[in-house]
Design a binder for this molecule. Structure first.
Ligand code: UGA
Length: 453
């Protein structure tokens, strides 16, 4: 049985560890934070992810355990996955955690007999595994890469909220290795994943695949938002109708032999909205943008995807301001605070920019999110009123901004209809039906009138 140690029990590390353990690999997750280790060993995940607690409980003490004993974890295993944070700081990716992990692994390898493979899973700019991690490992261990140990890069493609599913039923497994032996070792941890496309390549290409995948998705969103904003000022044009026509291109929705069309899920990234957020897209785009610039490339497309996204919350404000002379004293409800539904993660959420702008304009802001309010309180505390039901959130409101779409917001037409004062509803996700509201504005949808309120 393959034995794997994973450095870092963050989102990716823990999901990877528990999922591999569920697939029969013997896993030990390592974290220097002893409280975190204790929580995990108590059967509780320190982060919220659908299905993770259950999977942790079913593998705990059987194929999975956590420890803060770094050295022992390396000595007891055949392969180590580095899964630590790679924040974007001071205009570039910060590799401090990666470097520290590599050094500690190298020091442990010093005492290890037998071959070992070190795999980077964190998202890192191309060249990091070969040019940063490998030399540190060699220096700290006094051993030779390719002879005494192997090095690889195995990017993750996990969506928050769907991470367990994405890991257990992956669309691809990318194995970047410095040599064939490293790739072989990495492939062994995925022995129980059958029928999955496995791409074997070098580390630099694996690193580049990860950035390219995220940059493409984010660029599609920004492209759709730019088109949406244009549609929004064209009489009688709605971006949703425009995109419906575009989706019918057989290259986007192939027609099968039985004559039926398939509408792939990629089309959801070709829809206009109030912008993307999260811990991946914004950070990864900034990192690859800065990386390309460093190499003398202008990186115009990625730069435009970033800038369009930064400006997109302004479009929500533009639609809102069509209806008010000033926002001073106007009661505005913000619905959905996380960067997407199904999570309490507010990192880089477009709702943050909206809240900042509303506060700046002296609006009286009420916010509601089924799970993310507590996270947002850490940024905006007394300047915003948080409520715990949708009903309370919209009661007496002059305007409602929908920033993420939770299913519960489908109740809005009924709830809004009961209001004495008719609020303007600004739909940032285009999930609501315009004709169900007396006063509706949506990203990418032209409307002339200022509602009669
Ligand atoms: C993203 C990628 O989808 C994963 O494939 C990748 O592995 C992951 O980043 C990562 O690098 O770790 P995630 O950030 O969880 O995953 O979320 P997505 O569901 O892709 O959403 C990202 C942002 O795009 C959100 O703000 C969301 O609201 C926005 N989005 C997403 C849209 O505007 N439209 C969509 O159709 C999907």
């Amino acid at each position: 049985m393959m034995r794997v140690s994973i450095i870092g029990t963050g989102y990716v590390g823990l999901v990877t560890g528990v999922c591999l353990a569920a697939k029969g690999v013997k896993v030990v997750c390592v974290d220097q934070d002893i409280d975190k280790v204790a929580t995990i060993m108590g059967g509780k995940s320190p982060i919220y992810e659908e299905g993770l607690d259950a999977l942790l409980l079913s593998t705990l003490d059987r194929t999975f355990h956590a420890t803060s004993d770094f050295k022992q974890a390396i000595l007891d295993t055949d392969l180590t996955i580095i899964s630590v944070g790679t924040p974007f700081k001071d205009g570039k990716i910060n590799l401090d955690y990666i470097k520290t992990a590599a050094r500690q692994i190298g020091e442990a390898l010093c005492e290890k007999n037998g071959y070992h493979v070190v795999v980077v899973k964190s998202t890192v700019v191309p060249g990091t595994t070969d040019d940063v991690v490998l030399p540190i490992l060699e220096e700290a261990s006094g051993k030779k890469a390719g002879r005494d140990f192997g090095v690889g890069m195995n990017p993750e493609f996990l969506r928050e909220g769907n991470a367990i599913h994405d890991f257990m039923s992956p669309d691809r497994i990318v194995l970047g290795g410095m040599d064939q032996t490293s790739q072989e070792f990495m492939a062994r941890i995925y022995n129980n994943f059958t029928g999955i496309d496995i791409l074997r390549t070098n580390c630099r290409t694996a690193e580049m695949i990860k950035y390219t995948a995220n940059a493409l998705l984010a660029t599609l969103i920004s492209f759709s938002n730019e088109i949406g904003n244009l549609c929004g000022v064209l009489p009688n044009v709605d971006v949703q109708d425009v995109m419906s026509g575009v989706y019918l291109d057989h290259r986007l929705s192939p027609i099968m032999e039985n004559g039926k069309r398939v509408f792939p899920s990629i089309l959801s990234y070709l829809a206009a909205g109030c912008g993307f957020g999260g811990s991946c897209f914004p950070k990864d785009l900034s990192a690859i943008h800065a990386f390309g610039k460093q190499l003398g490339l202008s990186m115009d497309m990625v730069g435009a995807a970033i800038n369009t996204n930064l400006k997109q919350p302004m479009e929500m404000l533009r639609l809102l301001k069509k209806h008010f002379y000033s926002l001073d004293g106007i009661s505005v409800t913000v619905l959905g605070l996380a960067f997407k539904p199904g999570t309490d993660d507010i990192r880089e959420s477009p709702a943050i920019s909206i809240l900042e702008m509303l506060i700046e304009e002296r609006a009286v802001v009420t916010a509601f999110d089924p799970v993310a309010a507590d996270s947002m309180k850490r940024i905006f505390n007394s300047s915003i009123a948080y409520v715990d039901t949708l009903e309370k959130a919209i009661d007496g409101s002059d305007a409602i901004l929908l920033m993420t779409h939770w299913d519960i917001f489908d109740k809005l037409p009924v709830l809004v209809a009961k209001q004495i004062k008719i609020p303007v509803v600004v739909d940032g996700r285009r999930k609501l039906e315009p004709n169900k509201f007396e006063c509706y504005e949506g990203i990418g949808r032209y409307s002339t009138s200022v509602c009669d309120r």
